[in-house]
Design a protein around this ligand. Structure first.
Ligand SMILES: [Zn+2]
Length: 245
């Protein structure tokens, strides 16, 4: 299983396995999260930060599907600079593995260079001329990449190598009316020393065998707050989970 990235108008198609798609997205996230100046640029980098996180095998796209605007020349130039930075290994020192994706990056750069964008009437990617929600642009303190919709992809224990060093952290998420399905308005993260974890599990419960964390229920907030010496707001949802260091 994998993904196809294409420029149908040119008859070009690049196939990436799911794991090479992950690598491709990791290096673009690292190269791009600190260089966005416009709303469109933010959306482009965010797209790769969130790509392939929970939908292995259907994440590819055709270049014509991107929401190109009247500024498509500048947008294409930015995309090429972004890929060039990734190709020059920008931020790779923060990776937990050594990528071998030169072929994919080089082929993608060639495809994008030859592509001639025109303004897109309507795109499944949404409207890239209005600002993304601010919390999407929060950057991971350790890896400096956008957290996006699903959190930092380099902290994700599902997409990163299992032998990468990990840390425990509490993520507190604030939503508009405190329920699960509404807009996130703020997110705070505290790193939790390994030695405190057994004490928290003793109160809040052990995670399932394959789970990467537990949610801290309201009745346990006070006791857990005391252990980690950080007040946990009852208005927020709290998740104690593993992340990559
Ligand atoms: Zn991270």
């Amino acid at each position: 299983m994998g993904n196809h990235f294409s420029a149908d108008a040119l008859g070009l198609d690049i196939y990436m396995t799911n794991s090479s798609t992950d690598v491709f997205c990791d290096v673009i996230a690292l190269a791009g999260s600190s260089m966005t100046r416009t709303v469109w640029q933010q959306h482009l980098v965010l797209h790769f930060c969130d790509l392939e996180r929970f939908r292995a095998g259907i994440s590819g796209f055709d270049l014509a599907e991107l929401p190109w605007t009247q500024d498509h020349q500048a947008e294409q130039d930015f995309f090429l600079v972004l890929l060039d930075r990734a190709n020059r290994r920008t931020g790779w020192e923060k990776l937990h593995y050594t990528p071998s994706i030169d072929y994919n990056l080089g082929a993608f750069i060639q495809m994008l260079t030859r592509f001639r964008p025109t303004p897109t009437i309507s795109s499944d990617f949404g409207n890239w001329t209005s600002a993304p929600k601010p919390y999407l642009l929060d950057r991971c303190l350790r890896h400096k990449v956008f957290r996006g919709e699903f959190g930092c992809r380099l902290c994700d224990t599902w997409t990163q190598p299992s032998d990468a060093p990990f840390v425990w952290e509490v993520t507190s998420t604030y939503t508009v009316d405190g329920t699960r399905n509404t807009e996130i308005i703020d997110r705070r993260i505290w790193q939790i020393p390994e030695g405190l974890i057994p004490r928290i599990f003793a109160i809040a419960g052990n995670p399932e065998r394959r789970a990467v964390g537990i949610s801290i229920e309201p009745q346990h907030l006070e006791a857990v707050s005391a252990i980690i010496q950080t007040p946990l707001d009852p208005q927020a949802r709290h998740w104690l989970g593993k992340a990559m260091d």
